[in-house]
Design a protein. Sequence first.
Length: 427
Amino acid sequence: MQVQIKYGHSTVAVEIPDKNLAAILETAQSTPLADADQAVRQAISQPIASPPLAEVAKRRDSACIVISDITRPVPNQVILPPILETLEQAGIPREKITILIATGIHRPNEGKELEEMVGRSIMDSYRIVNHFSQNPETHTYLGETNKGTPVYIDKTYLAADLKIITGLIEPHLMAGYSGGRKAICPGLASIETMKVMHGPELMEHPKSAVGILDGNPFHMEATEIALMAGVDFNLNVAIDKQRQITGVFAGDMVESHLAGTQFVEKHAKVAIPTPVDAVVVSSAGYPLDTTFYQAIKGLLTAVEIVKQGGSILLVAACSEGIGSKPFTDLLFKTDDLTAFVQGLYNPANFVIDQWQLEELAKVARKADIYFYTDGIPFQQRSKLFVHPLKTPQEGIQEFLARYGENVQIAAIPEGPYVLAKVENATA
């Protein structure tokens, strides 16, 4: 059977023999909202565990609206206009409204990229600022969490009289689900805070994993940090395969986010009876597969259902290459993933973006990784702890040769948008 796997702005075809195709794991069919604009307006006027946004905005002098960066396909051009109109109608002058991009530790989004995110009209009409995690002077220290994490948050956000966060809810490799509190941490946190949040004590915890909120230390720490920073209103959306809005969840940060995760789980969770020998997976195409750094998230989806000693074939366009310079340099100088992870427990070894190599190491401990892309020179791929492929089909032939004619292969065309699990597996 020919399976179309998400790849950049399109797909690539992978032929898997019918007898070897164990399952195609896809999100459940969901109906996009007939009128997304109206749904957003209704959500902010009838929010969850919160007064309406119009009431929350009364007698506020200024506002900051936090949006996700380019790595998340959030439909900002749909969700921002109703919010902005509500704030201005409540008496907040346009010049006192700031849109703050929660870049986390990623690069800023500017120019054509910014226009793609918010649209030309909003780009030309409102002050839009990027968060820079490595600029100490742009953060304010708020103290420590109960676990001792130092909390430094973006000053622009903290200075606003009204604080609003937005985002997309989808399965997330360590936070359980994206959205909600993640707009603040890591979205607006300094690198000093992220040294702990992306440190091994949290990252190596078995419950810092996809689809898990209960007992997830990353989720709990990020929630505490967001509450310390203060959130007056939260708006999150869920989307389908075509990136159309299927649900809007607004109001109290904790309660509205929880409602959204429950909605997403019903549509995203797909279970198979037993682990498989091999998995073919994407990183959901653009924008999630623009770099190898981001594409690793697809591997974390597949590792949930592959056998110990199995194999994963990752298909990702990587139109921007491997990733940031710190991540690329770290990859190229690392020879042993086990030694690398052990070294993380020494804070002196901290490197920006090390956490994604740590996630790659988790996958490599369980399965061999095969990789197809045309965005990274073939000779460089051997430095990525993967078996480089010239075609995706070459990976299927490798699986047949390695595991025999009865090999069981699963395919996850949408990558990290799917919450892949094995039935009755322990969390």
